[in-house]
Unconditional design. Sequence first.
Length: 133
Amino acid sequence: MSRAVLSILSLSYEQGSRLDDVIEDALDAFGTELAVDGDPIRALKRLSELDAVRILTIHKCKELEFQKVVVLGVEKDLFWSDSAKSEFFVAVSRAKDEIAVTHVGFRALPSSSVKVWWENRTVHDHFLSYALK
């Protein structure tokens, strides 16, 4: 992922050195695992074990369950297609214990090229009401 894409994932990544700190921590963890046997594939697999944070698309999380789930960008600008309602239900139904949903009112245009981008966002109140039940 590019730095621009990563910075969109959290407002804190756009402030100070937070994104650099997270990247450095990830590289340190990878280096520690790589030192075990020198095999980068095994190092990545060890980092992806049960206690790891998994970042998945809604489509990739079908039939999986997690203790905690965070659904990013519950905005009409991101959940807009005919299948959006079922996709949202797939996402929120993955959580066993806790779920957090996020939305923003503004997303700055990333520096990388994108075909369509709306900076002003509209929260998807209808979908959020399902998550609150």
